[in-house]
Design a protein around this ligand. Structure first.
Ligand SMILES: Cc1cc2nc3c(=O)[nH]c(=O)nc-3n(C[C@H](O)[C@H](O)[C@H](O)COP(=O)(O)OP(=O)(O)OC[C@H]3O[C@@H](n4cnc5c(N)ncnc54)[C@H](O)[C@@H]3O)c2cc1C
Length: 436
């Protein structure tokens, strides 16, 4: 049985790896010249390589950690204590532990207590279904109070969702708070954050190598233009170079991309797909010759800043190089998406200097801007009603993406676990008689 996978991001490559491991004949069709998608890396003119977007692992990311061990990447996996903080009115407030929280002057004592109680209640809440139809704003005001919402949550939601968060479900906050507190499951690593020394792209490379060794095929520069549908089932796959045929096909791409690939699908199904919305992303990354601060990550609470987070990591090979990612998520109609790199650099650096007044342009060794149209699926209210199954209405055609991991956050951990489940489902769906 021949299975095709559209998309060589983490989801597609993990899926290909698990299917090939169980003896399937698999081909990955990737539109780019290399794999990785959001886990791709960037190479500067002098050969220096950095992750396009910063990816971290939490000690509780058990599935991802197991996969790294299986692929011989244990020595690349680094856990180190990570300082986190907020930037409020250009002042940094540490927020790494309970003592930082208790001295957080942005909120009054009563609101700090209420916020702390809310976080503890969320940690203990295993039934999230009642939050599905509730907006994040409604729930946060109800349980944390108006003051904490205005001072903490509103700016964070504004920044994360580019101001468009009215329809974001309370489950998003529930999942986020639970993920942040899940580090307690690995007490020996509590307070630490993990990352792959050479970035998540090394995981993609290790998966791809193992996949190729098992007889898998990868076609690069193979942009799929259309998936034909015939008599209620999968037909041919059209790329710009020709047509291909598979017994099963998995679209491991964002839902809006998938919708474009099946123009002949039932309009009711296409309407369902359209309900899945995404945030875009603009993310400058710079390499600097000294650290900006002692913080791994700083979240900004001022929505007038063009970026929402500052993530700083040491370069794995150059002790005097530090990598700084300055991401900004974008709503579909955000104007920044059409702005050129030079103007983005100027706006971002101007604002960075407000937080770090000593920062000078000549500290920048490299600067590059990346953009992604579909970076993160949004948890809208009533996701339960609008969830999309892996099996599409068309026999032999499957959809696998991080919009389906709801209510979990669309993390690498969730992507790997989902890809593994999808591989099992595809194997079980094979017609009897062609079991290998
Ligand atoms: C800024 C950022 C930071 C993140 N940080 C973390 C983190 O710290 N920890 C964590 O756990 N998770 C993190 N994530 C989430 C993680 O990156 C995702 O869960 C994961 O990368 C999703 O992979 P994917 O394969 O589903 O999608 P993608 O990476 O988007 O892959 C889709 C692939 O499909 C290809 N493609 C698209 N259309 C076509 C077509 N028509 N034909 C052929 N190929 C096509 C694309 O080129 C791409 O390679 C982060 C995400 C972002 C955006």
């Amino acid at each position: 049985m021949r299975t095709g996978i559209i998309g060589g991001g983490l989801m597609g490559v993990v899926l290909a790896y698990f299917l090939a491991k169980s003896g399937e004949q698999v081909t990955i069709l990737e539109q780019g010249l290399h794999l990785g998608g959001l886990n791709d890396e960037l190479q500067f003119e002098d050969g220096l390589v950095v992750p396009r977007y910063q990816h971290a692992l939490l000690p509780s990311d058990a599935v991802l950690r197991r996969l790294c061990v299986e692929l011989g990447l244990s020595h690349e996996l680094i856990f180190q204590s990570a300082r986190a903080g907020f930037v409020n009115q250009n002042t940094i407030h540490p927020m790494s532990n309970i003592f930082d929280f208790l001295s957080f002057s942005v909120l009054g004592l009563r609101d700090r207590f209420r916020l702390g109680r809310m976080i503890l209640q969320t940690r203990g809440k295993s039934n999230w279904h009642d939050l599905d139809a509730l907006s994040a704003k409604e729930w946060l005001v109800r349980v944390g109070g108006q003051e904490a919402f205005e001072r903490i949550w509103r700016p964070l939601l504004e920044a994360k969702f580019d101001g468009v968060y009215d329809n974001v479900s309370a489950t998003y906050i529930w999942a986020w708070l639970n993920r942040m507190s899940s580090v307690r499951q690995a007490p020996q690593l509590s307070g630490t954050i993990g990352y792959l020394k050479r970035g998540h792209y090394s995981l993609i490379k290790a998966l791809a190598n193992a996949f190729l060794e098992m007889g898998g095929e990868i076609q690069y520069d193979a942009r799929v233009r259309e998936i034909e549908l015939q008599d209620g089932r999968l037909g041919r796959v059209r790329t710009h170079a020709g047509t291909l045929e598979f017994d099963a096909l998995v679209a491991a791409v964002a839902t809006p991309i998938f919708a474009h690939l099946i123009p002949a699908a039932d309009p009711a199904y296409l309407t369902r797909l359209e309900k899945s919305t995404y945030l875009g992303l603009i993310c400058p990354v710079m390499v600097v010759d000294r650290p900006l601060s002692k913080f791994w990550t700083l979240n900004l609470t001022d929505p007038s800043y063009p970026f929402a987070t500052i993530i700083q990591t040491p370069h794995p090979e150059k002790p005097d190089h530090f990598i700084v990612h300055l991401p900004r998520y974008t709503a579909p109609d955000n104007d920044w998406m059409g702005v050129g790199d030079a103007d983005i650099r100027e706006a971002w650096i101007t604002h960075l200097k407000k937080i770090f007044p000593d920062f000078k342009d000549d500290q920048i060794i490299h600067f590059a801007v990346s953009r992604s149209r579909y970076a993160e699926p949004i948890h809208n209210v009533n996701m339960l009603q609008n969830s999309l199954d892996v099996q599409t209405p068309y026999a032999g055609l499957y959809l696998a993406n991080t919009a389906q991991v709801y209510p979990q956050l669309p993390t690498s951990e969730a992507a790997v676990a989902h890809a593994r489940e999808v591989a099992d489902r595809i194997r079980l769906a094979r017609p009897i008689g062609i079991l290998t």
